[in-house]
Ligand binder design. Structure first.
Ligand code: AMP
Length: 467
């Protein structure tokens, strides 16, 4: 039997294919039947472009239904889907293309599908084994080099089925989808839950408070990053009445502030369900659907996930093993080996502790990762570029509290320079969310006795920069 993920998802599409899959702003809708036909056409177009099973198909486009069609078509023909953030610059994209060597790189989804209109829809689902690759998700590397996390059909299917069950999805649900789809959260977590339920989605191409509040009227479940919730809280339209019919609000990709959890409950009566995940394993733990959701905790491991704290202390690096864990970094066998223990646990790099009930509490990130607006920024990548600039001897990039983005990127440079010019120079080489919002100059960076820059001290010093 084939383990192609597309086969599983399509087997759960509603029997009545006239049911809506995407509800678009303005009232239009795309039915499951129409969606399935478009996927067949896109699959035929991929085949006629010469894409073979196992080939990578890279897609760098703004969020759209067409992008979802191409994702599922890639699965259908047995290709490996490679989504790229539309905000990546040419230099960044160049690296991904050289590393992944896709057979096809698409930057205009609409044009590609228009070219498929005259083809006969591909009906066959390419047989795939559970351990065949379905997608590669690039995560920025701490050394500045991005690593491609390889996810198989089996891993994605196992996680999707576990979440569908854990969060109680049914055909009666309507999912509000306002997340980007170049990242596991919007691409796998959200879409797969909807497809496995055969339920409709309220589809928004970007997050906008007013549009989300309007969309909630037709929805039962919303998934978001913490920034969505803090922005909704800042909007007077978020009320108990507007959310009264909602079944579930889910948050993840970055820590949800306890104040946001409490503020949301006070305003709406809903306790946000927080879960924890990463590109390398999709979702790992979740607060319960039934049972207590504790603010500040990311809940319990999903069924089938073994989770432990490494290092022999109460608090340490979280290690995991389970069906959804990735199968390694693309073409980086040594790096992959370094990040697994001898007994097969993946070393997540996140620091946390388990309480006596078995709940996980995340206390920080071992690798100084910054999460700004739900997106990961690895300081090293920015520091390397800054250090090339004249006037900057050495730099340290940290995240400090930011009222809108959770964390804001701050660069501290040893030396002297023009802040605005430096930010402009970096902006031309980095996605906007990675570019420092402030560059501060100092005579000397604080260092410990071993000469290491004390980032914790920098975070303290600049804690109020955006407040
Ligand atoms: P990514 O690979 O982009 O999905 O980023 C994964 C990282 O996001 C994890 O390793 C965590 O550091 C962080 N993360 C995701 N969800 C949560 C959460 N609920 N609380 C705290 N950190 C989280």
């Amino acid at each position: 039997m084939s383990d192609n993920l597309y086969g599983l998802l399509a087997s759960r599409f509603p029997t009545d294919r006239s049911r809506p899959c995407f509800r678009l702003p303005g009232g239009a809708a795309i039915a499951y039947g129409d969606f399935e036909t478009r996927i067949g056409l896109a699959a035929a177009a991929l085949r006629s472009a010469g894409v073979q099973p196992g080939d990578r198909v890279a897609l760098q486009v703004e969020k759209s239904v067409e992008a979802v069609v191409i994702y599922l078509a890639a699965l259908k023909v047995g290709a490996v889907f490679l989504p790229l953030n539309a905000a990546y610059t040419e230099g960044e994209v160049d690296y991904f293309l050289r590393d992944a060597e896709p057979a096809l790189f698409l930057r205009d989804a609409q044009a590609f599908l228009a070219g498929a209109a005259d083809l006969a829809p591909e009906l066959q689902v390419e047989p795939r084994a559970a351990d065949d690759l379905a997608a590669i998700i690039y995560t920025s590397g701490t050394t500045g080099r991005s690593k491609g996390a390889m996810l198989t059909h089996g891993a994605l299917a196992a996680n999707a089925l576990a979440l569908h069950e854990a969060w109680g999805f049914s055909p009666d649900d309507v999912l509000l989808h306002a997340l980007p789809i170049f990242h596991v959260h919007g691409l796998f977590v959200a879409l797969h839950c909807a497809f496995l339920s055969g339920c409709p989605m309220v589809w928004l191409n970007r997050f906008d408070e007013a549009a989300v509040l309007e969309g909630l009227a037709d929805a039962t479940v919303m998934m978001g990053v913490p920034t969505f919730y803090t922005r909704l809280l800042a909007h007077p339209g978020l009320t108990r009445e507007v959310t009264a019919h909602m079944r579930l609000f889910i948050s993840g990709s970055a820590p949800l502030l306890e104040s946001a959890f409490e503020g949301f409950e006070a305003r709406t009566g809903h306790r946000i369900l927080e879960r924890y995940g990463m590109s390398e394993a999709v979702i790992i733990t979740t607060n319960p659907l039934d049972g207590e959701r504790k603010p500040g905790s990311v809940g319990f491991p999903l069924p089938g996930v073994d989770l432990r704290i490494g290092g022999g202390q109460e608090t340490g690096v979280i290690e995991i093993r389970g069906p959804s864990v990735f199968s390694g970094y693309w073409r980086m066998p040594e790096k992959t080996a370094e990040e697994f223990t001898a007994d097969g646990y993946f070393i997540t790099g996140d620091v946390g502790r388990l309480d006596p009930d078995g709940r996980l509490w995340i206390s920080g990130r071992a690798k100084d990762l910054i999460i700004s607006g739900g997106y990961n920024v690895y300081p090293k990548e920015v520091e390397l570029l800054l250090d090339e600039q004249t006037g900057v001897r050495e730099s340290a990039v940290v995240g400090v509290p930011h009222p809108d983005f959770g964390e804001g990127v701050v660069a501290v440079g040893e030396g002297q320079g023009d802040e605005a010019a430096l930010i402009a120079a970096l902006r031309s080489r980095l996605a906007g969310y990675k570019t420092p919002k402030r560059v501060v100059f100092v005579d000397a960076l604080p260092r410990n006795a071993m000469g290491k820059i004390q980032k914790a001290l920098l975070r303290q010093t600049y804690a109020d920069l955006f407040r």
